[in-house]
Write a protein that binds this ligand. Structure first.
Ligand code: 1PX
Length: 215
């Protein structure tokens, strides 16, 4: 299973992982996508145990994708593009209601993809925040604008409660381990366009294949 502890962590490395996600012809390498998420989960774990129910679900999903990658059909899972084509061509995806394929790569990645939009919105708020800004407010605004629309009431409630446990902006920036607040802001400015691009490429692929609502 997946290791999520790493003492010498810097958020820079994690966000750099997303840089390596895109191939020259804009395909998304699943291995790097998954590695990026593992780094994010590691970061979240360093914020405290309130977030462990979120981390647990994320790790579950990451593990499902790793299992596909390491499985006998792993060659079809090298990029998100090849995964979507392989699973759709071979009817390995539940399209309208949950059934035989609760662990399809397509539906599993879609959950992380939606969470990536939350990340994009949250990081953009952090980047443009001031010393007085509250991380809990930035986080819940980003959540309400994105991921929450896909969550049941009970999950929204639990997520909302967890957000109040987020450390303040100064501590949050420290935990990132990137440097001064100015350096954090600069790092976020560099990283965000790459995360946005990975998000958009995946979004376009899911739109083209009409698989944005997989159960
Ligand atoms: C500098 C900022 C870095 C912060 C990194 C934080 C990484 C956050 C990772 C969150 C990954 C969440 C994946 C959620 C996937 C999901 O939507 N799953 C739900 C649906 O799954 P199903 O299989 O049933 O269709 C599932 O129900 C989710 C349960 C867990 C609750 C999810 C709440 C998500 C809140 C996201 C915000 C995280 C805030 C962390 C603050 C740092």
């Amino acid at each position: 299973s997946v290791a999520v502890e790493d003492p010498k962590f810097t958020l820079q490395e994690v966000l750099d992982t997303f840089k390596s996600c895109l191939s020259e012809n804009k395909e998304v390498f699943l291995e790097h996508y998954v590695a990026g998420w593992l780094g994010l989960v590691r970061f979240m774990n360093s914020l405290g145990s309130v977030f462990s129910f979120i981390a647990k679900d994320a790790v579950n999903k990451i593990q499902i994708l790793i299992n596909h990658l390491n499985g006998e059909n792993g060659a079809h899972y090298v990029t998100v593009q090849s995964m979507v084509k392989y699973e759709l061509d071979n009817q390995l995806v539940d399209l309208t209601k949950r059934g035989s394929f609760p662990e399809s790569g397509c539906r599993t990645l879609l959950r992380l993809h939606r969470a990536l939009r939350w990340l994009e919105l949250f990081l953009e708020r952090l980047r443009t925040s001031t010393e007085e800004s509250k991380t809990s407010v930035m986080c819940s605004e980003a959540y309400n604008e994105s991921l929450s629309q896909h969550h049941a009431w009970i999950i929204r409630k639990a997520a909302g409660t967890a957000f109040w446990a987020l450390p303040g902006r100064a501590t949050f920036f420290d935990v990132m381990n990137v440097g001064t607040p100015e350096q954090v802001v600069a790092m976020l400015g560099d990283a965000l366009p790459l995360i946005s691009e990975v998000y958009q490429v995946t979004e376009d692929l899911y739109v083209q294949n009409n698989i944005l609502d997989l159960p």
